[in-house]
Design a protein around this ligand. Structure first.
Ligand code: ADP
Ligand code: MG
Length: 348
């Protein structure tokens, strides 16, 4: 059989890690990205720099590859749909369209009788004036948000006029949950009732950005099982192929809520590279390229620390790590505040 060539839209660190996993299985990768300096350029076999709506470049990309996937969700639906006419795109473009819209995503989850935070759709400023019931809350853009971007925490109605909210965009207003913990569940689905699911990961965020992840999550058995059950239900209902992550909130009364779904590999799953026999990245490549499904085994408990902004410098200068520590440098050209520059996984 000739070698498989996998096309990946998006060139961030997730694209890099997918490329590394693919290479291990003798699969070549072509990365398509709108950032000329994208980190995945250092790890893929071929790199295409173009806008996501450049029809000609998109066509050329499709000609070069056998399968197509993506490493972030904010890709125009039209692009995925056009590509899907030329080569199979997985996860399916319709799934990405559903999940990349916070309102559609939350409506979908609720229809499965799975709890989310309370939310309401906001089209214009005056919609906010009668919604004291949802405060304190967080206003979130319906599309294109990540790492807390496009979000406004709102304490009270008086505060709204001082926030300079851009109402050319649509939002949802979400009631703030009194968080005890955040966890995520990563699942790779290969077909009907065929999936590999990782144990729940506990996550700590600061300023809406993920800082630390660890397994095992410090949660009770009921939440351990329920978070996995809900993730399986979501993946099955979507007929999802590939790796998916469900982010959850746990409140002070031990209630579980789905926060959001990521139709892709996820930052909290970086630790699966060292803590499992098969990582979330390898599993994603296996599922989208229709390779063999291998049962996953945990090798070790683990902690992952994101290195944000200039936190990376210490590790770049001092590579003197213990043998249970694994440092990943995303090789981003510029160190920026709040930018994910690398991570460190420690096996426990
Ligand atoms: P993003 O798409 O930027 O990841 P999220 O909706 O996941 O956006 O929000 C980022 C983080 O902000 C969450 O992981 C959580 O820590 C905090 N957060 C968001 N919404 C709420 C909420 N309704 N209640 C409490 N915390 C929240
Ligand atoms: Mg999130």
């Amino acid at each position: 059989m000739s070698k498989i060539i996998l096309g990946i839209l998006g060139g961030g660190q997730l694209g890099s890690m997918l490329s590394v996993a693919a290479k291990k299985m003798d699969i070549q990768t072509v990365i398509y990205c709108d950032d000329q300096d994208a980190p995945a350029k250092n790890f893929c076999d071929e790199f295409i720099y173009a806008e996501y709506d450049d029809k000609k470049k998109i066509y050329d990309f499709a000609q070069k590859v056998d399968r197509i996937t993506y490493e972030f969700e904010n890709i125009p639906f039209e692009t995925l749909n056009e590509l899907n006419k030329l080569k199979t795109v997985l996860p399916k473009p319709s799934i990405n369209r559903l999940i990349q819209h916070r309102l559609a995503e939350k409506d979908f989850v609720n229809k499965l009788n799975i709890r989310t935070t309370r939310y309401v759709y906001i089209e214009q400023q005056k919609d906010l004036e009668t919604l004291g019931d949802f405060l304190p809350g967080i206003l979130k853009t319906t599309t294109m948000g990540y790492d807390g971007k496009g979000q406004y925490p709102i304490k009270n109605i008086e505060q709204i006029s001082t926030l300079n909210i851009d109402f050319s965009k649509n939002y949802i207003l979400e009631k703030l949950v009194k968080l005890k913990k955040e966890i995520s569940v990563i699942i790779t689905r290969f077909g009907n009732n065929k999936y590999e699911i990782y144990e729940p990961i506990e996550n700590i965020h600061k300023d809406q950005i993920l800082r630390y992840s660890k397994i095992p999550a410090d949660i009770n058995d009921k939440l351990f099982d329920l978070s996995k059950d809900w993730s399986i239900k979501i993946a099955e209902e979507l007929k999802y192929i590939g790796t998916l992550c469900v982010e959850f909130f746990i409140d002070r009364n031990e209630n579980l809520y789905v926060n959001e779904i990521a139709p892709r590999v996820h930052n909290s799953g970086h630790l699966t590279i060292n803590a499992y026999n098969v990582s979330q990245f390898e599993n994603h490549v296996r599922a989208v390229c229709s390779l063999e499904q291998i049962p996953i085994n945990k090798i070790s408990n683990a902690e992952m620390m994101n290195l944000i902004g200039d936190q990376i410098n210490t590790y770049r200068e001092n590579t003197n790590l213990s043998n249970n520590q694994f440092f990943f440098d995303y090789l981003k050209k510029e160190v920026k505040e709040k930018r994910k520059m690398g991570h460190l996984t420690t096996l426990k």
